[in-house]
Write a protein that binds this ligand. Structure first.
Ligand SMILES: *Cc1c(COP(=O)(O)O)cnc(C)c1O
Length: 388
């Protein structure tokens, strides 16, 4: 019998040692020993499953990966040092020079840089569709297109893409569907259920959830992960055993943490929606969200990110940040601490106003990563900063 989500997150464990420890210990070892020549030969020939070297695998990283595989309903996976190394290694392993990607324009900043500045070095180019132009995707597909790439919900505007529809298009044209599921976590959304071939996470965000370590993971079909694994074990973007140990513990509480994050975020969204200095609030589980129905179809809850448009544009956005007392001004998200960013003056300040608008970033857009502090304290801080 397969366990439920919360049980897998807690009960999947690496084998106990002779010390009968209850909680998985930290395996800080770069390599592993063999019993004899035959054991060594068979291990290298992959005739037996055995850890050889921690760039390939390690009990801590395996435990972490096995949990994510179970939580996402995948066949296999590999853990990376960061979310970006998971994104890069997936492209590098699955594409050849001359291949083409179709991607949503609203993707994480570094992913956008990878697609526009670095992959073209190997003659791998990308065509973009806007969030409300899913019907244009088929016009962008070329004979050499291999991957359809998207995030949902998107960063920072919290737009939702219809995963079922993306999968239909991908399957019709023989493309691999690769989904960055970071904002949803494996708890809120499982893209594989909707047909995704590879699911990527930055474990740095809600999976750690406490702002401590970086990490990434890619899970999906066995034969694709095998390619990603072979690329990675030779190029070296592996997750450290220490980070895997931290992240595997974090997964034990993912469901309860994310439940509370979502409860707080919905309350923040409802508060903002009723405020006179706020123009527009975007939260997937608010009825006013343009893709509310799709969000309800594919997500368990709305996530912890709320985006809103402050009246008064760039200046009002900056002033709001300066008046915030408790919430942190920081680049991370998915922390226990509520974090506020103003993309137009920070993460996306290098883009022209026009390019920003294309990804849904207006000058007054504020992104709140709602944390786990008491909801009254979060709302009170926002309330006093909105009085201007
Ligand atoms: C943060 C993030 C990444 C990159 O992850 P790192 O762990 O910082 O490398 C990728 N995708 C999304 C959606 C993210 O939010």
């Amino acid at each position: 019998m397969e366990n439920n989500f919360e049980t897998s997150a807690i009960r999947i464990q690496s084998e106990r040692t002779q010390f009968s420890e209850h909680s998985t210990p930290l395996y800080l070892t770069s390599s592993f020993v063999f019993d004899d020549a035959e054991d060594m030969r068979a291990s290298f020939a992959e005739e037996k499953e055995k850890n050889l070297y921690s760039r390939f695998s390690n009990p801590n990283t395996s435990e972490f990966v096995n949990k994510i595989v179970a939580m996402e309903g995948a066949e296999s996976g590999y853990a990376f040092a960061t979310g970006m190394s998971a994104v890069f290694s997936t492209f590098a392993a699955l594409l050849n020079a001359g291949d083409h990607i179709v991607s949503c324009r609203s993707v994480f900043g570094s992913t956008h840089s990878l697609l526009t500045k670095f992959l073209p070095k190997w003659n791998i180019n990308t065509s973009y569709f806007k969030i409300n132009e899913i019907d244009q995707i088929e016009n962008l597909i070329q004979p050499n297109t291999k991957i359809l790439y998207a995030e949902s919900p998107t960063n920072p505007a919290v737009d939702i893409l219809d995963l079922e529809l993306l999968n239909k298009i991908a399957k019709k044209h023989g493309l691999l569907l690769v989904i960055d599921n970071c904002f949803a976590t494996p708890y809120l959304q499982n893209p594989i259920k909707f047909g995704a071939d590879i699911v990527i996470h930055s474990a740095t965000k809600l999976i750690d959830g406490q702002g401590r370590v970086l990490g990434g993971v890619a899970v999906g079909k066995e034969e694709l992960i095998r390619e990603i694994y072979l690329f990675s074990r030779n190029t070296g973007p592996a997750m450290s055993p220490f980070n895997a140990w931290v992240l595997s513990k974090s997964l034990e509480t993912l469901a309860v943490r994310v439940d509370k994050h979502c409860e707080n975020a919905l309350k923040v969204a409802e508060f903002l929606e009723s405020h006179s200095n706020v123009n527009l609030v975007k939260y997937p589980f608010l009825k006013s969200h343009p893709q509310y129905k799709i969000a309800k179809k594919q997500m368990k809850l709305g996530g912890n990110i709320v985006a809103f448009e402050i009246k008064g544009g760039l200046d009002a956005g900056r002033k709001f940040l300066d008046t915030i007392k408790m919430c942190s001004l920081s680049a991370n998200l998915g922390d226990t601490r509520t974090i506020i960013t103003h993309p137009a003056s920070t993460t996306h300040n290098k883009l022209s106003s026009e390019d920003r608008l294309e990804t849904g970033i207006t000058d007054g857009l504020v992104r709140v990563s709602v944390g786990l502090e008491h909801i009254e304290d979060i709302i009170n801080d926002l309330k006093q900063a909105l009085k201007y």
